[in-house]
Design a protein. Structure first.
Length: 248
């Protein structure tokens, strides 16, 4: 199928995990795709899988000034933009007493401030119609130990999806969100846990999921393709929860 034929798409944090899988599915559906990462070497895996079918842009997702530069590069590459998937983010999980202002600001800078100012910078480039998809998290909908700041940042993204939809729909820009639960991505390897602790956490999580397994990036990417395509033209300010029943 070519549900995204001719569409121009930008994926932040597209070098691995959900972002990379989404890039692969976007390209398979006929889109022209640009992906970002904070460091050039982060593209190594993506280049091996996407080759010259994608444009690679180094950009810091937390830096508002970088968002303007990114918008300029997208204008030079595509002229206009039909689809934005805001995927870049961090999951810093730790007890309340271990947080300090710098770590708090880092989480909100990457997960909330960066996406807001990226959308702002891209406003002159968005086609009519256009689709923006935000990668939130099931943590915005449930309570979980050690997830207070991360969950709050993702709740901010969900609120952004609703409020920006109300403001931008008159310009033909739809904003929606996906909220994945536990997904098999490199994100969990960045939590600073030992292999044994990571395995224990994974087993404990799977016991809480009615589906009795983690999701995979391809399942989430399929939902993002739907939200990016014209098939979802009447889907505005919505959240698709993909958590195997964890939030039931």
């Amino acid at each position: 199928m070519e549900r995204l034929k001719g569409k121009r798409a930008l994926i932040t944090g597209g070098a691995s995990g959900i972002g990379l899988e989404t890039a692969k599915q976007f390209i398979a559906e006929g889109a022209r795709v640009a992906i970002t990462a904070r460091r050039p070497e982060a593209f190594d895996q993506a280049r091996g899988e996407l080759g010259d079918r994608a444009i690679y842009v180094v950009s810091d997702a937390a830096d508002p000034a970088a968002q303007k530069n990114l918008a300029g590069e997208i204008k030079d590459a595509f002229g206009n933009l039909d689809v934005l998937f805001v995927n870049a983010g961090i999951a810093d999980l730790k007890p309340v007493e271990q947080w300090d202002p710098a770590a708090f600001d880092r989480t909100f800078g990457i997960n909330v401030r960066g996406p807001f100012f990226l959308i702002q910078a891209l406003l002159p480039l968005f086609a009519n119609p256009a689709s923006v998809v935000l990668n939130a998290s099931i943590n915005a909908d449930i309570g979980m130990p050690n997830a207070s700041v991360y969950a709050a940042s993702k709740a901010g993204l969900l609120s952004m999806a609703r409020n920006l939809s109300a403001e931008l729909i008159s310009r033909g820009i739809r904003v929606n969100a996906v909220s994945p639960g536990p997904i098999k991505t490199p994100l969990y390897n960045k939590l600073g846990l030992s292999a044994a602790d990571l395995e224990a956490v994974s087993e404990a999580l799977q016991k809480q999921i009615p589906a009795r397994r983690f999701g995979n990036p391809a399942e989430v990417a399929a939902a993002i393709v739907f939200l990016a395509s014209d098939e979802s033209a009447f889907t505005v300010g919505s959240e698709i929860i993909m958590d195997g029943g964890l939030s039931l």
